[in-house]
Design a binder for this molecule. Structure first.
Ligand code: NAD
Length: 302
């Protein structure tokens, strides 16, 4: 058997098209477009390329986008003042501070200074609390878990009553996706187990999973024999295992592997996400959706 591929690259296109249409409709009716600011401190090349991608995507869907680049030497007080400025800016609905920040700045303090109603990353403790309560309390689910849930829904995988096993308990993937899958509602209502470095028998838990979500950051941690035949396997891991020369550009690029042995697992699973091209493209897509939601809340449309 060969599993059906769930491609983030395709789902991203569908969602970005839906967002573009909705932005155009809101603009026509209400004269407003969602505004997203990305704050970049310093010149870390990886951060710069993430921010560029976010800004390009925001531009593509018709948002008002601002890229605010600050020097590495900015003081914590000045960065907090900048956030305060965007908290008060009527044209900004989403504030994104690109991490990591320089060592002299307290990341937690900075993230917690963002107005929870503009926290489109969904990392503010207020939004983490809302996610835990669930239902209409949820304003912004964190982007990677939201992307995972959307992929499962759009692939048509039944979640109600499904045994979901989440490998990993990080604050950005493992814990929030576990909370989301356990709630009542769309793409959820599952029975959830979270496994981690303290778990005694990882394989035994994985083998029970109808939906296996793996976010450990360990290349090919999940073995094919741990996968229940027909299961839906969502591989969040992005691990650099080497370098190769790109056929397209002739430049050196990273060889990426997921947390699942994809080649063998796809012969057993019913659905599977590849790495790259699976969960990866969903994160920025959901950031756009959260920014649109932020404007819709403000306009009383949600
Ligand atoms: P993390 O390091 O913060 O957390 C990893 C978790 O996995 C920990 O809770 C740990 O207990 C668990 N774990 C690690 N090794 C294990 C083992 N041998 N057995 C059982 N559990 C184990 O990582 P993270 O931020 O959650 O990211 C996980 C992976 O997902 C990384 O590869 C990361 O690059 C990737 N990621 C991808 C996206 C995306 O595609 N958009 C977004 C976020 C993270």
């Amino acid at each position: 058997m060969s599993a059906k591929l769930i491609l983030g690259t395709e789902i991203r296109e569908q969602i970005l098209e839906e967002i573009t249409q909705e932005v155009a409709q809101i603009k026509e009716k209400h004269g407003k477009v969602p505004g997203l600011v990305t704050i970049l401190v310093g010149a870390n090349p990886a951060s710069m390329s993430y921010v560029t991608l976010k800004i390009q995507t925001a531009h593509r869907v018709g948002f008002h986008e601002v890229q605010d680049s600050q020097p590495e030497t900015i003081s914590e007080a000045d960065l907090l003042a900048l956030i305060d400025k965007y908290n008060k800016d009527e044209n900004i609905n989403g504030i994104l501070v690109q991490l990591p920040l320089p060592k002299h700045i307290d990341e937690k303090k900075v993230l917690n200074a963002i107005d929870p109603d503009k926290d489109v990353d969904g990392f503010h403790p207020v939004n983490v609390g809302r996610l835990m309560i669930g239902g209409s309390e949820v304003k912004f689910a964190p982007c990677t878990p939201a992307g995972i849930q959307e992929m499962i829904v759009r692939a048509g995988v039944e979640t109600k009553g499904a045994e979901v096993v989440v490998v990993g308990r990080s604050n950005i993937v493992g814990k929030p996706i576990a909370v989301m899958m356990v709630q009542k509602g769309r793409g959820a209502n599952s029975t959830v187990t979270v496994v981690h470095t303290g778990t005694k028998d990882l394989a035994a838990h994985c083998k029970r999973a109808d939906i296996l979500i793996v976010a450990a950051g360990v290349p090919e941690l999940v073995k094919p024999e741990w996968i229940k035949p027909g299961a839906c396997v969502i591989d969040v891991g992005v691990n650099r295992v080497g370098e190769k020369i790109s056929e397209k550009t002739g430049k050196k690029i990273a060889i990426l592997r997921g947390d699942v042995d994809f080649e063998k697992a796809k012969e057993i699973a019913g659905y599977i996400t590849p790495v790259p091209g699976g969960v990866g493209p969903m994160t920025i897509t959901m950031l756009m959706l959260n920014t649109l939601r932020s404007l819709k809340y403000k306009l009383g449309l949600m």
